[in-house]
Ligand binder design. Structure first.
Ligand code: FCB
Length: 452
């Protein structure tokens, strides 16, 4: 492979989120979050664990910044725990919570690392859940206060803001499949939640701009390219429907196109929406949601191949079963071209002004060898091939400005608990020792050369 060089100024980063790494779940005035409640509920997390301690980053943040600095990391995407700042979700501010993030941001800047701050990576204050959570419109107002408090305190130093991480997951895994907190299973609640997540993004954008001069503001979506399993009409339809459910339902309103009409019709036909349709959409909401952003964050892991199993006349039979693709330990197909596809599609269909890959990475559990080294070569291959795909997209004119590996360190992987390791740095959960894996060393070289 010839040498790949990335554009000058390209940001090489790593990503984490509050609940997955911080621990200190009830310290210094922090309120309970829906993930505290959910993970403390027996049967919800596969290995019966929780994020009470996680990577203990709340106490080890200095060490973690030093680690990033030693790898040459240029951007750190982290999230703020809302209930650390507003223990009851709205109203009284917890100064200790603000101080923690303020010190973290100062430490990052001292280390020459740009903070990319995500306001919401799923840890809603439980107090707001008790008042209805995201399906309730009042939560949007609470989020606006939260966005204001944070951006007023950190806006002088943080210049990259992400309102939400993966509203589709928060909306649909949280309220439709119930696999995530708060564990609700209800179509109407899920669609309301997704709408309020988007609306709260739209409300927050001008608030953040007002408090943080010259800041870049965006949102991070999990985008999954969909492919029909065969040339049959039924599979094509299933594919289009999945794309509408997961990708277009968010992208279309964010880019000024209203909710996709085919999906609204389908949801109404299936009784997922009441007879009145999108009754939770008020006048002006769609303009708010479409407020101009500076970038789109793309979280990319894999693609989906869709087959309509319920159509009796679904012929021809499957012609595209993703033959013997490699899979990560999450069971996700390794498919670097999907990143290329989604970046190009965004450029042609939605034209974001700028894109960051805000998450990309792989779960492999390679552990330290007897010599203490973690030889995670499959992760190196994953990162290299996905970065090569991103590079091709840049050459096609995609305005990709940076890339964030998920994740800096092994951490609490939601319903999977600690069974999945996404880090380029090994976390020893007994001792809290961090060991940079071979992938971290490879990434360090890549950053130093601005390519590989
Ligand atoms: C994404 C989440 C992130 C992490 C990765 C593996 O959906 O945003 O927190 O769990 O998946």
């Amino acid at each position: 492979m010839s040498k790949l060089r990335f554009p000058e100024g390209f940001i090489w980063g790593v990503a984490t989120s509050s609940y997955q790494i911080e621990g200190a779940w009830n310290e210094d005035g922090k309120g309970e979050s829906i993930w505290d409640r959910f993970s403390h509920t027996p049967g919800k997390i596969e290995d019966g664990t929780n994020g009470d301690v996680a990577c203990d980053h709340y106490h080890r943040w200095r060490e973690d910044i030093a680690l990033m600095k030693s790898l040459g990391i240029e951007g750190y995407r982290f999230s703020v725990s809302w209930p650390r700042i507003l223990p009851r979700g709205r109203g009284e501010v917890n100064q200790a919570g603000l101080d923690f993030y303020s010190r973290l941001v100062d430490g990052l800047l001292e280390a020459g690392i740009s903070p990319f701050l995500t306001l919401y990576h799923w840890d809603l204050p439980q107090a707001l859940q008790d008042e209805g959570g995201w399906p309730a419109r009042a939560t949007v107002e609470a989020f606006a206060q939260y966005a204001d408090v944070i951006s007023r305190h950190l806006g002088d130093r943080v210049k990259h803001w992400i309102t939400h991480n993966e509203p589709a997951v928060a909306g649909f895994e949280g309220h439709l499949t119930g696999r995530h907190a708060p564990g609700i299973q209800d179509w109407n609640a899920a669609l309301r939640a997704a709408h309020h997540l988007l609306l709260s993004h739209g409300w927050a954008v001008p608030i953040i701009r007002g408090n943080s001069r010259d800041a870049e503001v965006g949102i991070a979506l999990n985008l999954v390219p969909a492919v029909p399993a065969s040339a049959s009409a039924a599979d094509f339809h299933a594919c289009r429907h999945f794309d509408g459910y997961l990708n277009r339902w968010l992208l279309d309103p964010l880019y000024g196109r209203h909710y996709p009409a085919d999906m609204v019709a389908s949801y109404m036909a299936q009784g997922h929406l009441p007879a009145g349709g999108l009754t939770f959409v008020h006048d002006g909401d769609l303009d708010t949601i479409a407020s101009r952003t500076d970038f789109l964050g793309v979280n990319y892991y894999t693609r989906r191949i869709l087959r309509d199993e319920n159509a009796p006349d679904n012929l021809p039979q499957t012609t595209f079963p993703a033959p013997d693709s490699e899979r990560t330990e999450m069971g996700w197909e390794v498919y670097p071209d999907g990143l290329y596809d989604i970046l190009n599609r965004l450029r042609f269909e939605y034209q974001p002004r700028k894109i960051y890959v805000t998450e990309n990475g792989a779960s492999y559990s390679d552990r330290p060898d007897t010599d203490g080294r973690v030889r995670d070569h499959r992760r190196v291959d994953y990162l290299r091939t996905h970065l090569a795909a991103a590079h091709r997209a840049i050459q096609n004119g995609v305005p990709l400005a940076g890339y964030f590996v998920w994740s800096l360190i092994d951490n609490f992987e939601w319903v999977k608990g600690y069974t999945q390791r996404f880090g380029i740095v090994w976390t020893d959960y007994e001792t809290q020792e961090r060991i940079p894996k071979d992938s971290a060393l490879w990434y360090k070289d890549t950053i130093a050369q601005n390519g590989f």
